[in-house]
Design a protein around this ligand. Structure first.
Ligand code: SF4
Length: 366
């Protein structure tokens, strides 16, 4: 994209953003960024980690709770894993919580976040996108954080096409990133880089939507190649996704007469690593027909129902089995007994679905 066009486009997006910026608890509004106010790198990083694969509406209350409880990176760095994992429960993708905790410790020991891309990239859980977002929004670096919204806007502006398989897909992606980066390279001198980043994100989220872009409301419509072609929805061109496979398993939820429930801490790595969960079997490719192996012996297990959950790479169906055991029964397993309300608060979403089914579901006795 030629430099004059890139500079015109970034100016148009910035103007639009100043009138239409969405309000989020992690944002500094554009009237303040124009006066030189910058967002705290800790809060930019925290919001960006939370927002990966999750909606802004879902993240907002979590962000506010984290900010109130741990207002600085030092405070978060001193928190225990139990505190952080409980506060994270329900946000999904739990490896992010582990990396968040590890990153907070490293950064607080170092006295703060580094302000350049290569150093940011070395921190746990910070990939190219998050590093660019923190560098642009918190430190004013002229780098493009290419998320799904910016990818869509950039590929439509220049109607980027190409091979969508193997190396072709990588070069297609690089061309889109170059176009987005061109907008940052030609941003007027005094303009805040973070506003351009957030302006492009907002434009993608509010106007240049995946299925029905509202081109008549778009500040860059006169320069948009995909609009001129009449088929903006065709961009970005993408490889076909392989269908998600199904996985099956079972969860065992024993209750004592006092209403406490048995929970375990999952191994630190792997699915839901480090999280508090009910006992579960390993996962297989077919559902169980009978009470599966792995249920503690000698108890009467009732099948209460089934829960479904979609992970990035597979769809999971879990049978839920419940046993009402004696007050002194320790199951012979490593774990602990907690009030079911406490378990509900500590569990990730899948654990909550399991517990709800164990409490309320109905099923045949095994
Ligand atoms: S004109 Fe339409 S397709 Fe082009 S960037 Fe704007 S909303 Fe997207």
């Amino acid at each position: 994209m030629e430099s004059e066009l890139a500079s015109r486009l970034s100016a148009l997006v910035l103007d639009w953003y100043r009138q239409n910026a969405r309000v989020f608890p992690w944002r500094i509004p554009p009237d303040q960024t124009r006066r030189g106010v910058r967002q705290d790198p800790y809060l930019v990083w925290l919001s960006e980690i939370m927002l990966q694969q999750t909606t802004t509406a879902h993240v907002a209350p979590y962000f506010q709770r984290f900010q109130a409880r741990w207002p600085t990176i030092q405070a978060l760095g001193q928190a225990s894993w139990d505190e952080v994992s409980s506060a994270w429960a329900g946000l999904g993708y739990y490896s992010r919580a582990r990396n968040l905790h590890a990153c907070a410790r490293i950064v607080s020991e170092a006295g703060g976040f580094p302000d350049d891309l290569p150093s940011l990239r070395k921190l746990p859980g910070i990939g190219p996108y998050t590093a660019a977002a923190v560098a642009a929004i918190a430190f004013g670096r002229r780098v493009a954080p290419v998320d799904g919204n910016i990818e869509r806007v950039a590929s439509r502006l220049a109607a980027v096409t190409g091979e969508v398989d193997g190396p072709g897909l990588r070069s297609l992606r690089r061309r889109v990133e170059d176009i987005a980066q061109g907008l940052f390279d030609h941003l007027e001198d005094a303009a805040p880089s973070g506003d351009l980043a957030q302006g492009l994100m907002d434009l993608g989220a509010q106007v240049c939507s995946p299925r029905r872009p509202a081109c008549s409301l778009c500040p860059v419509v006169s320069e948009c190649a995909a609009h001129a072609q009449g088929s903006p929805e065709a961009y970005p061109v993408k490889a076909q996704r392989a269908p998600r496979p199904n996985r099956y398993g079972a969860a065992f939820v024993p209750f004592r007469p006092d209403g406490t429930v048995f929970v375990v801490r999952r191994p630190p790595t792997g699915l839901l690593g480090g999280m508090t969960m009910p006992l579960t079997t390993s996962l297989g490719e077919a559902p169980f027909l009978y009470l599966p192996e792995g249920a503690p012996d000698g108890r009467v297990w009732r099948r209460m129902g089934e829960v479904s959950h979609v992970f990035t790479h597979f769809a999971l169906s879990l049978q839920v089995w419940r046993a009402d055991v004696g007050a002194g029964d320790d199951l012979g397993e490593e774990g602990r007994w907690v009030a079911h309300e406490e378990a509900m608060a500590a569990f990730p979403t899948l654990g909550r679905k399991i517990l709800r089914t164990a409490l309320l579901g109905e099923g045949p006795t095994s």
